[in-house]
Design a protein around this ligand. Structure first.
Ligand code: G3H
Ligand code: 13P
Ligand code: ZN
Length: 311
């Protein structure tokens, strides 16, 4: 099966009350762990590549690894640019075979965000590629840009209709209290999401797919393992899984997960070296890392996203 866009996946997810997992990929073991899990669960997938991932692994290597995953799994897979920050970057990914791009104009003014997003949509749609836009600003770290909690802002529901109709985007990322990275809430703070904003957005845009960034749960078991074997990650707090399940049953059709993959991989590698400190064969430590990613993604597909069996 060739790469697909997000269009059909989101239509089915919206109607079915589940969400598609959008997992960030950086290398072969991550792609293998995610796609093996999806194959076993017969789940549609979005594999997403950030500008940093593209710089690290190289566009061609990532495309070829994802093509290998298509052959191995025969699943509907969408290859998506995560947090594109310029028309040029989006164009390069569209020209280079991606089937979906995000143009993240959330750091610009409303009018500048519309102008940039519209330009990307026009170029993408002429080539059959879907586009995700963003309104509102998440806290946390994206591509080495750190947005402080003070600079973050919730999406304003009164702006979403105008943004979607003037830009023509296919999906919209909104800010309702999630944030990027492993430290989403202050120590002692009770995790909370603004479901009232999501409900308002849903009313303004009936049937339109909404995206949640910064949606890792920062699974405590991985943080504990990392800290047990020499790491120092105090007070790492993520989004509770029941909140993500609730969002997936509403208008949220795409849930972004990166930090949990990083934690799963790091926990396995730290544990491996604690048990085999003299090891120096990368296969010996990347194998359990890949297995941990696979187990994590199976858990997400079945227990959080509800997209198992939907390929
Ligand atoms: O939203 C950010 C993603 O986790 C990607 O992170 O830019 O370090 O690849 P990255
Ligand atoms: P997390 O840091 O919560 O995994 O979010 C990832 C993300 O939103 C990628 O765009
Ligand atoms: Zn993001």
């Amino acid at each position: 099966m060739p790469l697909v866009t997000s269009k059909e996946m989101f239509e089915k997810a919206y109607k079915g009350g589940y969400a598609i997992g959008a997992f960030n990929v950086n290398n072969m073991e991550i792609i293998q762990g995610i796609t093996e899990a999806a194959k076993e669960e017969n789940a549609p997938l979005i594999l997403q590549v950030s500008a940093g991932a593209r710089k690290y692994a190289n566009h061609t290597y990532l495309i070829k690894l994802v093509e290998a995953a298509l052959i191995e799994t025969d699943l509907p897979i969408c290859l998506h640019l995560d947090h594109g920050d310029s028309f040029e970057l989006c164009k390069s990914c569209i020209d280079g075979g991606f089937t979906s791009v995000m143009i993240d104009g959330s750091h610009h003014s409303f009018e500048d965000n519309i102008a940039l997003t519209k330009k990307v949509v026009e170029y993408a749609h002429e080539r059959g590629v879907t586009v995700e836009g963003e309104l509102g600003r998440l806290a946390g770290i994206e591509d080495a840009v750190n947005v402080s909690a003070e600079d973050a802002s919730y999406t304003r529901p009164e702006e979403v209709e105008e943004f979607v109709s003037r830009t023509g985007v296919d999906s919209l990322a909104i800010a309702i209290g999630t944030s990027h990275g492993a430290y989403k809430f202050k120590p002692g703070q009770k995790p909370q999401l603004r479901f009232d904003i999501l409900e308002e957005v849903e009313k303004k845009l009936p049937g339109f797919p909404i995206v949640l960034h910064g949606a890792s749960s920062v699974i405590p078991e991985y943080v504990e393992t990392i800290n047990k074997f020499g790491g120092k990650m105090p007070d790492a707090i993520g989004i509770p899984e029941d909140m993500l399940r609730k969002a997936a049953s509403m208008a949220v059709c795409k849930i972004n997960i990166d930090s949990d993959l990083r934690l799963a991989m790091t926990a396995a590698i730290r544990e491996h070296f604690a048990e085999a400190p003299s090891d120096f064969d990368p296969r010996q430590y990347l194998k359990p890392a890949r297995a941990n990613i696979k187990a994590l993604v199976k858990h997400k597909l079945v227990n959080v996203l509800g997209c198992n069996g939907k390929a």
